[in-house]
Design a protein around this ligand. Structure first.
Ligand SMILES: [Mg+2]
Length: 225
């Protein structure tokens, strides 16, 4: 049995995280976006690159967030402008994110609606989906703005999952972060942790990746110990 056997209702819902779940090798892309952010801060505040690095760290601490967009939004900067000049100014292909036929095949076989729930801006996630060649398989992308600039695993970011669960819609939630898996599993939803780390700590199912031939269950439904 692999992931395709988990949910077989045409009315069911698959909820995927983006980075690290639908594609691996997130580090190069993250660094490229971060560099654009430093340039943006440098130009906006008219400071040197070194000062911009410091300013960014200072703002992240001040706003108690991992996300530069959230901190700069607090400083009155337009999130759409910031997204356009940073997240959307990188080319995913040059960061190794390219068409993934195997992933397309696996997702095509999943019965039900497929959506993406990400802590990044939705237009950025859509750009990634396009580079992977799977944008036509995903009906909605819920990103930072749609999540009211709160980040997973904040409980309100999983409202979509919770609502589906309450309406007896079969849901499968797929993510590479243990904290997100734990939060969603606690709602009584089937979860799939993607990737090598934390497998022993994760409730629900665990797969090594979505696009590899060997991406079958390496763990069965197990209780948290
Ligand atoms: Mg992730």
């Amino acid at each position: 049995m692999d992931i395709r056997g988990l949910q077989t209702s045409p009315h069911g819902l698959w909820v995927f995280d983006n980075d690290g779940t639908l594609y691996r090798g997130t580090e190069t892309l993250r660094k490229a976006v971060e560099e654009k952010m430093i340039c943006f801060i440098s130009q906006h505040f008219r400071i040197s690159r070194e000062e911009a690095v410091e300013k960014r760290e200072c703002l992240l601490r001040q706003y108690q967030t991992k996300y530069t967009l959230i901190a700069l939004k607090g400083e009155g900067i337009d999130p759409d402008l910031f997204t356009a000049e940073t997240y959307l100014a990188v080319d995913p292909r040059t960061c190794g994110i390219v068409r993934d036929r195997r992933l397309h095949e696996v997702l095509s076989d999943l019965v039900g609606e497929k959506v993406v729930l990400t802590n990044n801006p939705a237009p950025f996630a859509r750009m990634i989906l396009k580079a992977l060649g799977i944008e036509g398989l995903i009906s909605h992308v819920y990103g930072m703005a749609e999540l009211s600039y709160l980040s997973k695993p904040h409980p309100s970011t999983f409202r979509l999952v919770q609502r589906a669960q309450e309406n007896d819609i079969p849901v499968v939630y797929v993510d590479d972060h243990l904290d997100n898996i734990l939060a969603v599993h606690a709602l009584g939803v089937s979860t799939v942790l993607v990737g090598g780390g934390n497998a022993m700590k994760a409730p629900g199912y665990h797969i090594s990746s979505l696009n590899e031939a060997e991406a079958t269950y390496v763990g069965a439904q197990r209780a948290i110990v």
